[in-house]
Design a protein around this ligand. Sequence first.
Ligand SMILES: [Zn+2]
Length: 449
Amino acid sequence: MKRIVALLLAVILIVSLVGCGNQTENEEESDENTEEGAEVNNNPQDTKPKTDAEPKTAVDLILEKTGGKIYGVCHPNENYMRLKDVGLGWVRFDIPYPYEADGRTIRSEYTQFKNRAREYTKNKFKVMAITPYPKDFMDIGGYDPGDSANAARVREIVVFLINDLRDVIAGMQISNELNHTGHIRPFTTLQQSADFIGLQAKALYDVRGDIIVGYNSAGYSESWTNLMKPYLKYMDYVALDLYYGTYDNGTLQNYVNDINKLYRLVNKPILMAEFGYASKGSPTAEDRAAKLARYGYASEAEARADIVNLVEQLPNTFKTLIKTNYPNTADWANAVFVTYANHFYGYNKRIPADSWIDVDLAEENITHDEEGQANYFRQLIPLLMEQKCLIGFFIYCWKDRTWCLTCGYDDCPNETSWGLVDDSGNRKKPSYYAVKEAIAACKEQDAVT
Ligand SMILES: [Zn+2]
């Protein structure tokens, strides 16, 4: 028995040291067995009684449900032939809140979603469907989903969705990036976000059937993940959205590191729910000065001093974003010139003197242009898929946009230049071919393992 205990401890140590990247099949088996082993080993951290409710959702069990690794894309269009040409088998988009304010009448937006999902399914794609945001419950449903008095209604909605969509979706992501404070309205704390996700995951657990259910996070966060810990037992997967090189400082290795760190924390199959790289966005000092001059300011200090007037002149999307998220005008200058400075000036986290400086993917020769974007996918996709805990990914995204979703500027590179095809949908960018080649190589690898 002592030898078994020693062996188990050694395996636990190996797994915790190497994360999921170098995990062999044997280690995966041992990993699953650590719960049983915990009762006989002497490590105090492992002697806590485990509840019977904790399911064992190993990567291969999930892959049986999904029919293999997930190669997907966000915001697809209906060009099924091209999506298939790239090797994409999954698409990911939002489920609108299903009911009108009366709580009974189905919204036309929801019916459109369902029809759209059905068409993808008919065309042999699998749909990862994102359940409504908390604000949708408030703005459309007319009630605060964080109020415990409304918990039953929130459960009812999500159970309705999974039952109603069962034939047209293959995966569910509970809301989106609810550790991102810009997404949590009307909540004011991440604990409320965690409870909102957990409440729905628990309601879905027994009725989900073959549909995989999980949640995603904007970036890796240990404190946020710890808030989610009580609810992990209801999750088939845990997903990460990572944007190193565009929205965050970092290198390709940061992606691998975060996947491994998350896996060690949650011991669940990991999904990349979003990742990508903007193919433009490096304004010069002159470009930035011109943006200020457009509003009549000679310097950022001048604009800050006149921030209320400036916000009034911003594109409607930007103005609404600032006013909604920052009720106090005293916070507006930092909102525009720190939090959303990349949108105001139209750059991809490269402006000096803010928290996003020193974006450095130079070692991999990656720049913010179309070739750089292709290089990013060419190098990162194989690296990601070496991680044995990863069940797949969704590339962000299929098509460029003509204006930025966050700020509304048509000259903002954020959220406009992430596509594998251009904004018309016609021109294949270099990233299209890079992703196609990388996925083909991954599938060859999948076939032999
Ligand atoms: Zn923008």
